[in-house]
Structure formats: structure tokens, C-alpha cells
Design a binder for this molecule. Structure first.
Ligand SMILES: NC(=O)c1ccc[n+]([C@@H]2O[C@H](COP(=O)([O-])OP(=O)(O)OC[C@H]3O[C@@H](n4cnc5c(N)ncnc54)[C@H](OP(=O)(O)O)[C@@H]3O)[C@@H](O)[C@H]2O)c1
Length: 372
């Protein structure tokens, strides 16, 4: 497969770029022409510098020229949109431009490539499991109803899903709406592009007021290392490309689903691995869904909070609600097993805990025979 990929410089895109060559997948990255204050693309991905096209997901047809579209139509099999405004405290306007218009622009690009080439082109859009808003219990891989609890970020991702579903018609590109779980760094190296998302819990650990964390009893933390998410995303895209045309977008949860640990379990495992890492411990305080949702959305109305703190408070709802993302549709697309990261791995990645050391045989030869 050959992918036209946006968001390659982001957390998920970086992992896709690392894994793709091992699977024989080619990438044409679409990168903004100007990225002031950021490491130049050529330095981040030297091997992809020549293949890069310039563009912006906020522009019609992502700013691609007619000639570029003609060239891409020759061999691109899938348009994969991982570009996003991921600032949970961002302005509604910016979130709409990147997350909604960008999603629709990508669909138009896929449609245009399919029209020009006469071949099937698949469109993959990275949504978020957080479109669930305040919904509890089992969350199905189907379109979700309006929900008064959604934040501006969640609303933008939900709106993108709605619009893609509304616009999709027969004979149009197949659409994969991949609701991505919270992402951590690479499962092997721990490398992470940013310390956003769930890392905010670790970053704020020593500053949480009152040393309490409100969460529902049984609240889960649905999170994946980025490489596991990227590998499964590529599997799902290949699965959709292989299978017959779909009358409507296929929604999947790119998540740990029923294997996601509880917040209590995750924290207890972290403490068990490295008790000395945590100077102060937190108390999990049982709270209702309404309390968690209200606090995460409204504290800024009463407290002067920086943008960073608003992001952290929003994150409360991503660790404090009792719900499970279903993965049946994902399993139907992916050939192999679904991602099942161990709680220990997640705890290590989240809190940067050292890898376990193999016990060394003591100098006393009399004792060493007991250590295999
Ligand atoms: N990370 C998570 O925990 C998480 C959880 C759920 C869902 N998701 C979703 O998964 C997707 C990828 O997330 P991520 O964490 O990898 O994001 P990220 O690290 O914040 O990276 C965002 C990417 O989007 C690109 N981008 C932003 N605005 C753009 C524009 N106007 N035109 C072209 N490219 C643009 C950025 O490029 P520059 O380098 O040029 O800024 C960057 O490559 C997003 O849609 C996000 O909503 C992520």
C-alpha cells in the first residue's frame, strides 16, 4: 500500500512512519509549508524529505495542486489523516478548522484521487475515543448521539465523524473512522513526541491540590503505546482495503478496550514497581460521573487557570469515568490479535519508571546456585 499521510510529525504519525517500511508500506507525507519554531521536517524524517508534499488540512483539497493530485492518483491507495489540533483547551474556531474542515478536506482528497485514478482509494480519519463525551458503560463502534458533556475538542472530533457519515455515499471512498485511545510513547524505547495527553497526570503528580484524584469506582484508563496503536491502525486500513466496498463509514476503537486497566490498578502497579519514585501518594476519591465531568469542564470558571492547567483538568475525565470501548469491529478488520498492553508496561511508560533489572548472581558461589 501507499499512503498519503498527514500528521506524520505528531505522536501517532511518528509511530506510523517508523513501522510502515517494515510492512512494505510507502508514505507520502503531507506537511505544512511553514512550521515556525519546530524542528524542520527534513531533519526529523530525512528519508522522507524527497517524497514530501506541502499542504495544510484547513485548505480545500488540503492545498494540493492539480498536478500534485494527478501524480498522487497514480499510486496512492489510502489517504490517512492523523493531523489534528490536540489542544484540549484550544479555541473552538481552531479546533473546528483543523479537526472538522481537515477531516472533510481529506475525504475530498480521497474522492478526487479515486475519481482521477479509477481505483479504490480508502480514507482513514483519526478520531478519538473521547468523542464519547460523558457516556458511560459499553461504548459501541457506531455513530454517537449528541451529548451535552462534550468539551470543544471532543465536540470537534464528534462533528467530524457526523459530517463524514452524512457526506458518505455509494461508490465513494471507503472510510475508516478510527477512534484513537490516549497515547503513550513507544513500548520498547519509551520515546514520546510530546508529554501531553495522559502524561499530564504524571506531570501534575506533585501539584494536585489536596493530594486527591476524583474518579468513579471502576474507572478505567484506556491508553496504548503509540507503536501498538500505529501497527493496529495500519492493519485496520489494510483490512478495509482488502474487503469489499462499505455502504457507510466503519467506526473502530483503536484502544485497549476491555483490557484497559482501572485507574486504581494502574496506580497501584506503578507504586509496586517503583515505590521510591513517588514522594507523595495520591488518594483516589470515589466520585459520581456528574462530579468528574463537572469538575473537568467547569473549574476554570471559578479558578484562574493557565492553559496547561485547563488541559490537565480536562484529562480528569479520561481517567475518571467507568466505561469500556468495544472492539468487535476492529477485530473484524485486523488479522492478528488486538493490542493488549500489560498494566506494568503502561505504568512504566506513563511515569518513566526504570525497566526491571535482571538479578545478578551474588559473589558468594554458595548462594548463586539458587539463582537460575
Ligand atoms: N495523542 C493522543 O493521546 C490522542 C488521543 C485520541 C485521539 N488522538 C487523535 O489522533 C490524531 C493524532 O494525534 P497526535 O497525538 O499524533 O497529534 P499531535 O502529536 O498533536 O500532532 C498533530 C499533528 O497534526 C499536524 N497538524 C496540525 N495542524 C495541521 C494543519 N493545519 N495541516 C497539516 N498538519 C497539521 C501537526 O503538524 P506540525 O508538526 O506541523 O504541527 C502534527 O503532525 C489526532 O487527530 C488526535 O485528535 C490522539
Amino acid at each position: 500500500m501507499k499512503l498519503l499521510l498527514t500528521g506524520i510529525t505528531g505522536q501517532l504519525g511518528t509511530a506510523v512512519a517508523e513501522i510502515a517500511p517494515r510492512r512494505g508500506i510507502e508514505i507520502v507525507p503531507l506537511v505544512r509549508r511553514a512550521r515556525p519554531g519546530q524542528v524542520p521536517f527534513e531533519r526529523l524524517f530525512p528519508s522522507l524529505a524527497a517524497a514530501r508534499v506541502g499542504g495544510d488540512v484547513r485548505e480545500p483539497l488540503w492545498g494540493l495542486t492539480d498536478a500534485e493530485l494527478d501524480e498522487l492518483a497514480q499510486d496512492v491507495d489510502a489517504v490517512v489523516n492523523l493531523a489534528g489540533d490536540t489542544n484540549w483547551a484550544g479555541s473552538g474556531r481552531d479546533l473546528y478548522a483543523v479537526n472538522v474542515l481537515g477531516a472533510l478536506g481529506g475525504y475530498e482528497v480521497a474522492r478526487e484521487l479515486q475519481r482521477r485514478s479509477g481505483r479504490r482509494v480508502v480514507y482513514g480519519y483519526a478520531s478519538s475515543i473521547f468523542v464519547a463525551g460523558g457516556t458511560l458503560g459499553r461504548i459501541a463502534e457506531t455513530p454517537l448521539a449528541p451529548d451535552r458533556h462534550r468539551t470543544a475538542y471532543e465536540h470537534s472530533k464528534w462533528l467530524a465523524e457526523q459530517e463524514l457519515t452524512r457526506r458518505h455515499g455509494p461508490g465513494e471512498p471507503d472510510v475508516l473512522i478510527s477512534r484513537v485511545a490516549a497515547l503513550l510513547g513507544d513500548s520498547q524505547t519509551g520515546a514520546t513526541r510530546k508529554r501531553n495527553s495522559l502524561y499530564l497526570l504524571a506531570e501534575r503528580w506533585d501539584e494536585l491540590p489536596g493530594r486527591v484524584l476524583p474518579a468513579m469506582r471502576g474507572a478505567r484508563v484506556d491508553v496504548l503505546p503509540r507503536d501498538l496503536a500505529a501497527g493496529t491502525l495500519l492493519d485496520a486500513l489494510a483490512g478495509l482495503h482488502r474487503s469489499g466496498p462499505r455502504p457507510e463509514p466503519v467506526v473502530t476503537h483503536l484502544s485497549a478496550g476491555e483490557r484497559a486497566p482501572s485507574i486504581r490498578g494502574l496506580l497501584e502497579v506503578a507504586r509496586a514497581i517503583a515505590p521510591l519514585h513517588f514522594g507523595k501518594w495520591l488518594r483516589l476519591v470515589p466520585a459520581s460521573a456528574e462530579q468528574v465531568l463537572w469538575l473537568s469542564a467547569n473549574a476554570e470558571r471559578f479558578l484562574p487557570l493557565s492553559q496547561a492547567w485547563r488541559n490537565s483538568l480536562t484529562g480528569l475525565r479520561y481517567i475518571g469515568l467507568d466505561r469500556v470501548m468495544e472492539r468487535g469491529r476492529l477485530a473484524g478488520l485486523v488479522d492478528g490479535p488486538l493490542p493488549e498492553p500489560s498494566t506494568e508496561l503502561l505504568a512504566r511508560l506513563l511515569f518513566d519508571l526504570p525497566a526491571p533489572k535482571r538479578p545478578l548472581a551474588p559473589a558468594d558461589s554458595g548462594l548463586s546456585r539458587f539463582l537460575a
